[in-house]
Design a protein around this ligand. Structure first.
Ligand code: C2O
Ligand code: CU
Length: 476
């Protein structure tokens, strides 16, 4: 299928019948679990992952403390367009938390919202109790209460944080920010930019549409807005001196919109995905960022302007503009430095012989007229079977999209490598924590279970997750 065909294939044809069968077949109760035995023969695969990124980190002893107040506030998204939002510390995105690898991060979250909340550190490998999923890792933080998160990131890279309670409403209202972990051994760029890309569904009067979890959005590809912002503003213009070396860390913080930024005026070189360095440089042009994904690119600022736009679903949005600027020139442009890569990252072929340990079918779980629930293997959260795997093991999963909608699937707590699409070997050359599965597609992944605990696995289209598209992976 071509992209337009995929996107127009939004009708729920046939799903009602299939869902009815699943529904009548019944659901298993909460608490049941299926264990995948550790295959002790997989030493080469385990070693391959182990060489690519560490199991643990040595804390340097430095503690970085941040206070976040979640509260209603206002955001001027465009000239004269003031929107009522929910934010961390009064801005959307919230403050950028930039720390060094080895630092221990302490975040005191003060909930001044009218609803309970929590924070998930998307992509950061944290102790399970710090992962922020209410009812799984912690109690929801009630209005007026606070919670202290503490963790030492194990990986350098581009990560983000967002509410993990009623995400379809709270993320949409603006509760997200970036967390950048810097490896002091990596080259320093003249400009190290974070672009948090989001969209907003505004009503005609410019206010945020408050019909969260609309049935149409749940049964289709989630809530797509009508205004795209970068760091809370429409199409920012950034002045950069020609010849400067630039790193742009893009984060898709939208509830549902997939963005595929295209650079005009320069060729963006991909260096990292979902925070983790790629094996080697790759083409960063038009890379599809599903909700949750990150992409780091680098380039040298040319003499002329750079325009960044995205047109994933044909609507055409300007993302940002870079304008060459002769003022504030860097005395010593870092143009000669080598971009960082991770040549130790294994090729996906080494996992291809393992077969598939477990299949997840992604689909509706009940007839639409009965509430349009989404789920994994016919089960809506939290009536789901927990899959149990052993810490340190390498496992393979097939994510099979049996529906007509997009499903970006996110695994908490672990990274994985895509090994196949529709049974064909695929080598992306990078790790992920979120992968977009198109309608009818089967994506195979190899995952290394690194940290003990109960981890959420869910669709990152917030309306699908809210409608039950989540399950749990237990690492023991
Ligand atoms: Cu960014 Cu559970 O999600
Ligand atoms: Cu989904």
């Amino acid at each position: 299928m071509t992209l337009p065909q995929r996107l127009s294939a939004l009708l729920i044809v046939g799903v009602v019948g299939i869902a009815a069968v699943l529904f009548l077949a019944g659901r298993s109760g909460p608490g049941s679990s299926t264990a995948l035995a550790l295959d002790s023969g997989r030493t080469a695969e385990v070693d391959a992952f182990a060489a690519a990124y560490p199991v643990s980190v040595q804390a340097s002893g430095v503690t970085r403390e941040f206070n976040l107040v979640a509260a209603p506030s206002r955001l001027e998204v465009a000239d004269g367009l003031d929107v009522e939002v929910w934010s961390y510390n009064g801005t959307v995105p919230g403050p950028e938390l930039r720390v060094e690898l080895g630092d221990t991060v302490v975040v005191a979250l003060d909930n001044q919202l009218p609803q309970a909340t929590s924070i998930h550190w998307h992509g950061v490998r944290v102790p399970n109790a710090m992962d922020g999923v209410p009812g799984v890792n912690q109690d929801p933080i009630a209005p007026g209460e606070s919670f202290r998160y503490e963790f030492t990131p194990k990986d350098a890279g581009t990560f983000w944080f967002h509410s993990h309670n009623r995400g379809s409403e709270q993320i949409e209202r603006g509760l997200y920010g970036s967390i950048v972990v810097v490896d002091p051994n990596e080259p320093v760029y003249d400009h190290d930019l974070v672009w948090m890309i989001d969209d907003w569904l505004l009503d005609g009067d410019g206010s945020l549409n408050e019909n969260f979890n609309a049935m149409h959005d749940i049964t289709h590809n989630g809530r797509w807005g009508n205004l795209v912002t970068v760091n809370g503003t429409v199409a920012p213009d950034v002045a950069i001196h020609s010849g400067d070396r630039v790193r742009v860390r893009m984060v898709n913080a939208a509830n549902a919109r997939v963005v595929a930024p295209v650079f005009d005026g320069v060729t963006p070189v991909g260096i990292a995905v979902d925070g983790m360095l790629a094996r080697e440089p790759f083409d960063g042009q038009g890379f599809e960022l599903a909700p949750g994904n990150r992409l780091d690119v680098e380039f040298v600022m040319p003499d002329g302007p750079v325009s960044v736009a995205e047109n994933f679903n044909g609507e055409g949005y300007q993302i940002a503009t870079l304008t060459p600027d002769e003022t504030g020139a860097s005395a010593d442009p870092s143009a000669g430095v080598d971009a960082p890569f991770n040549p130790a990252l294994p090729e996906s072929a080494i996992f291809a012989g393992l077969g598939i340990d477990h299949e997840y079918s992604l689909d509706f779980t009940s007839p639409m007229m009965m509430g349009a629930d989404w789920g994994f293997n016919g089960q809506t959260f939290d009536n789901t079977d927990t899959l149990t795997v052993d810490e340190g093991g390498v496992y393979t999963f097939r994510l099979r999209n049996d529906s007509q909608a997009l499903h970006p699937i996110h695994f908490h707590g672990q990274f994985f490598m895509v090994t196949g699409i529709d049974g064909q070997l695929v080598d992306e050359g990078h790790l992920r924590d979120t992968v977009l599965v198109y309608p009818g597609q089967a994506v195979d992944i190899a995952l290394r279970a690194t940290d003990a605990g109960l981890w959420a696995v869910h669709c990152h289209i917030q309306e699908h997750a809210e409608a039950g598209m989540m399950t749990l992976l237990e690492v023991t």
